[in-house]
Every structure is written in structure tokens, then in C-alpha cells.
Design a protein around this ligand. Structure first.
Ligand code: GLU
Length: 379
């Protein structure tokens, strides 16, 4: 565990909560959490379930109703031929954790983009496996380049992690990039872990699920969840889909770790998938406005460069000042009272960047970005 860093996103978010509880006014651009309430019909389904006494263990892989709704969603929206028996319901981050625990052996290598989400690398280390970062910075518009990825493959490569739209950069993989990565996976018999948590939060393009490409089903573990799309972060609900052969080990980890996902959250999940799409569309169109505002204001700041995110609710500006991103985040918190996540939390190519989560109000964005501009002018 000494080789494992604590989560940069959770660390900053906890610090913000502590400051706020002391009455210090901080604008948080830190954790990736939609500021909208969970849509009412979803809350109702959860409350109804509680009132009806649905408060006990469920089948370990999830209630059949939810697994069926997820299978239908994967077939209809993602083009993945999914059967409910191939689904495990579990909190999203735990889905990633269990998949790596179950399927990656000590010393095996796992390839991921750098920068990428704060927890992939530590989870690989916890499994006593070897994270292999592939540079995916501005040079490739923050996208994982299949040729660069191919150069990192060895006979110990077990898995490639794809996260599109990407956290922290908002990049979205192009169809031909996913195709090329799928070809590599098939040819070299490597697993793909596809984290699609931001699939609906997308602006100018569309997303592709690797498991929908021909011959890929046996190679892909698709992970998704309700946190971002339905503003359900506290419900801790997500799922994974894979071929039954791959699921067996993951299912054992589930039974020995959490037994099952929270019962009433699962009922709420059914309501989310079967309910109206309008609340999601409304949130995404609001995120688009906030993205445009964030880009406009960042572009007005001297010493800042920004690649427009195509998806998710993050901006990942590069700065041209001679201080580390850890120090920069501290400086912005002290000087501007704005919390951002240091770029280095996402990998070494994240250095000299900070992450802004624009899943917050327009007013916060206006004030916080102005404060960042003023603080940077003093450097
Ligand atoms: N995924 C979100 C983020 O990056 C939530 C915190 C976490 O899981 O890291 O901010």
C-alpha cells in the first residue's frame, strides 16, 4: 500500500468539505459530481422501495428486474448483445476494482492513457500488477493513440483501460481509434476494460462501445453506472457487463466484498432506466452551456491553454507557470478560494494542468474563473 497514492479527487473534495464546515467560503471545481438533484421519479422509486420493506439482501448480482433493464439498455443504446445473466450490479468504482482484482495477476501489465482517472493506476497497484501509462496529452488531443498504445504491448500485457469520454480531459475516442484498439486486443488476446460512465454527457460527437464491435464480446468488460447520467452519486449504483467466462471470478469478489448492491438503490436504478429521458437531456444541455462558458473564460486567461472537451464535465487546462500542479492547486485554494484537482493526480502527463469540474452553477463558474484569473495574474 505504500506505493499507492490516496485519491486526488476525493482528497480535495474532503478538504473543501472541511473548509466549508468551518464557514470558509470556497468555490469547488473539484469532485466530478452533478449539482442537480436526483430526478424526482427516481427518488420516489427508492423511497417506495424503502417503505415497502425492500431493505434486505438482494441476489448477489442484482435484482432480475434491474439486470434485465440494463441488458435492454446495452442492446438498444450501445449495440452490445447483452443477456441479463452477463450483468453484475455493483457500485461503479467497485466494478472497476473487482474486475482488476479478479482478472489481472501479479506482475501482469495494464495499459491506460496518461492522463486518466485517478483510481485506475492505484487499483492496478493494489492488485500487485504493473500500470503502463501511454502519453495522451495535447499532442493527440488527449486521445489514446492506437499506435502509441501498440508500442507498449509486451507478452505480459493483460488489459487495456479505455475511458471515453475521458476523465479528466473530456476527450472522446473516434470510431476508427476504438476499432484499431479492438483489433490489437483480438490479435494479442488482451482484455479491454471500457469505462463508459460519461457516455451520455457528450457534446459534439458520439461514443462507441468496444463490446459492440464484431468478435469483441469475449474481450471486453463494459463498466457503467448511474452516478453521472442520473445525478445519483450517493446511491452508489453501477454495473458491469462481460462474457460469463470472465464474470465468474468477478462474481466471487462481489460475494466476498459487498455481497450485493444496496437494495433500494437498485429499485431506483430500474426507474432511472425505464423512466423519462427528459431530465437527462436537460442536465446535458445545461452542462453544454457551462462547458462553453468555462472555455470562453479560460481562453481569456493569459498563461492558460485549453483543448475543448467533447464530453464529460471537466476542463483540463495547461498552464504556463513554473510551479507544480500540487502547488498550483494549493495556491488557487489559498489565493482564489477555488478548489481544483491537481493535474498530477491523473498521471505524469497531467503535470502543469489542473482539472476543473464544471458540474456546478453558472454563477460559481463566473466567480470562480474570475478569481482564478486574478490569482494567476499575480504569479
Ligand atoms: N469520478 C469522480 C471524479 O473524478 C468522483 C470521484 C472519484 O471517484 O474519483 O471526480
Amino acid at each position: 500500500m505504500e506505493a499507492v497514492q490516496e485519491s486526488g479527487t476525493v482528497k480535495v473534495a474532503d478538504r473543501v468539505k472541511a473548509l466549508k464546515s468551518k464557514g470558509i467560503d470556497v468555490i469547488s471545481f473539484s469532485i466530478g459530481e452533478p449539482d442537480f438533484p436526483t430526478p424526482a421519479h427516481i427518488v420516489e422509486a427508492g423511497v417506495d422501495a424503502l417503505r415497502a420493506g425492500f431493505t434486505k439482501y438482494t441476489p448477489s448480482s442484482g435484482i432480475p428486474e434491474l439486470r434485465q433493464a440494463i441488458a435492454e439498455k446495452l442492446n438498444n443504446e450501445n449495440g452490445i448483445e447483452a443477456d441479463q445473466s452477463e450483468i453484475i450490479v455493483t457500485p461503479t468504482k467497485h466494478a472497476i476494482f473487482m474486475t482488476i482484482m479478479a482478472l489481472v495477476d501479479r506482475g501482469e501489465e495494464v495499459i491506460m492513457a496518461d492522463p486518466s482517472w485517478v483510481s485506475y493506476e492505484p487499483i492496478v497497484r493494489i492488485a500487485d500488477a504493473v500500470p503502463v501509462p501511454v502519453r495522451a496529452d495535447e499532442e493527440t488531443a488527449f486521445r489514446l493513440n492506437p499506435e502509441h498504445l501498440a508500442e507498449k504491448i509486451t507478452n505480459r500485457t493483460r488489459m487495456i483501460i479505455i475511458n471515453s469520454p475521458n476523465n479528466p480531459t473530456g476527450s472522446v475516442a473516434r470510431k476508427q481509434e476504438i476499432e484499431a484498439i479492438c483489433d490489437i486486443a483480438k490479435e494479442r488476446d488482451i482484455l479491454l476494460l471500457s469505462d463508459e460512465i460519461y457516455e451520455h454527457i457528450i457534446y459534439d460527437t458520439r461514443n462507441y462501445s468496444p463490446a459492440s464491435f464484431p468478435g469483441m464480446k469475449g474481450h471486453v468488460i463494459t463498466v457503467n453506472g448511474f452516478s453521472k447520467t442520473y445525478s445519483m452519486t450517493g446511491w452508489r449504483l453501477g454495473y458491469l457487463h462481460a462474457d460469463r467466462g470472465l464474470l465468474e471470478g468477478i462474481q466471487k469478489v462481489q460475494t466476498h466484498s459487498i455481497t450485493c448492491a444496496t437494495s433500494f438503490s437498485q429499485k431506483a436504478g430500474v426507474a432511472a432506466l425505464k423512466g423519462p429521458r427528459e431530465p437527462v437531456q436537460r442536465m446535458v444541455s445545461e452542462f453544454r452551456k457551462r462547458r462553453d462558458l468555462t472555455l470562453k473564460k479560460l481562453r481569456e486567461i493569459p498563461g492558460i491553454d485549453i483543448v475543448a472537451p467533447d464530453g464529460a464535465f471537466y476542463a483540463f487546462p495547461r498552464y504556463d507557470f513554473d510551479i507544480s500542479s500540487e502547488k498550483m492547486a494549493e495556491y488557487l485554494l489559498d489565493e482564489a478560494h477555488v478548489a481544483v484537482t491537481p493535474g498530477s493526480s491523473f498521471g505524469s502527463f497531467g503535470e502543469k494542468h489542473f482539472r476543473i469540474s464544471f458540474a456546478t452553477s453558472v454563477e460559481n463558474l463566473e466567480t470562480g474563473l474570475d478569481s482564478i484569473k486574478d490569482a494567476l495574474a499575480k504569479l
